[in-house]
Design a protein around this ligand. Structure first.
Ligand code: ADE
Length: 251
């Protein structure tokens, strides 16, 4: 049976997953705890990668080399960039790009030096399974998990699933001018986060299959840090657990 690696940046993004895991054996490597066990009948390794591209890259290498995972899924929150991406929506990354990578004039802006590319595609099969899982969760699980009071507090109406470009960088984007700059520079970007493109580069270099699923917690504008913190505490774990539960059934 396939062994699935599941990563997140913050504890709240995987809290429910860890609670549900069975027969867990934990190994500590490089200041991270790798929890191997069964999740909804599938062998999985769940790990808190911590925040940022270096943390994500180091964790992805360990999952691939020490735990021989067959598929890697990163789950967590993101700031909405595109105008039609709202708080509470889900984004599945078809391609990942490092928006803060700039080795110009030696290499074109955003290009990963010596890799000759800036956008790294996620695994199409795994991503389309995640897309179906996210849609199923929003229809079936979401109405039970997210109370009317929480919906009102975060202004959530009918959340949608988007599929497309996710951009990553070592910055929490929380200024209207900064998110507007991202929009102009990278018009296809749906959301911004801090790890996905690092996981993508590592997986590309090791030939490993991966997918990135993000729930939009804020609009990366002046109120982003406030919106993010509330969403992280009250909502994030439900989405991760609900979507992962649906997708594990299909792998
Ligand atoms: N993750 C969630 N919201 C984010 C933001 N605004 N910027 C970067 N990463 C995020």
């Amino acid at each position: 049976m396939l062994r699935i690696g599941i990563m997140a940046a913050l504890y709240e993004e995987i809290a429910d997953l860890l609670d549900t895991m069975e027969s867990v054996v934990t190994r500590r490597i490089g200041m991270r705890d790798y929890h191997s066990g069964m999740l909804h009948g599938r062998p999985c390794v769940v790990v808190l990668a911590r925040v940022g591209k270096v943390a994500a890259a180091a964790t992805a290498v360990t999952l691939i080399r020490e735990f021989s995972v067959d598929r890697l899924i990163f789950t967590g929150l993101a700031g909405g960039v595109a105008g039609h991406v709202s708080v509470g929506d889900v984004v599945i990354g078809t391609a990942l790009l490092q928006h803060d990578l700039d080795a110009s004039p030696l290499f074109p802006r955003h290009e990963i030096p010596l890799l000759n590319c800036s956008r790294i595609p996620a695994d199409a099969g795994l991503s389309s399974k995640l897309e179906r899982a996210a849609k199923a969760y929003l229809q079936q699980g979401w109405p039970h998990d997210i109370s009317p009071a929480t919906r009102e507090a975060f202004n959530l109406s009918v959340p949608r699933v988007h599929v497309g470009l996710i951009v990553s960088g070592d910055q929490f984007v929380n200024r209207a001018a900064a998110v507007q700059a991202l929009r102009s520079e990278l018009p296809g970007a749906l959301c911004v986060e801090m790890e996905g493109a690092a996981v993508a580069q590592v997986c590309h270099e090791y030939g490993a299959r991966f997918a990135i699923v993000r729930t939009v917690s804020d609009r990366a504008d002046d109120s982003a840090s406030h919106d993010f913190s509330g969403f992280l505490a009250a909502v994030a774990s439900h989405y991760s657990a609900g979507i992962l539960r649906q997708v594990l059934d299909t792998l």
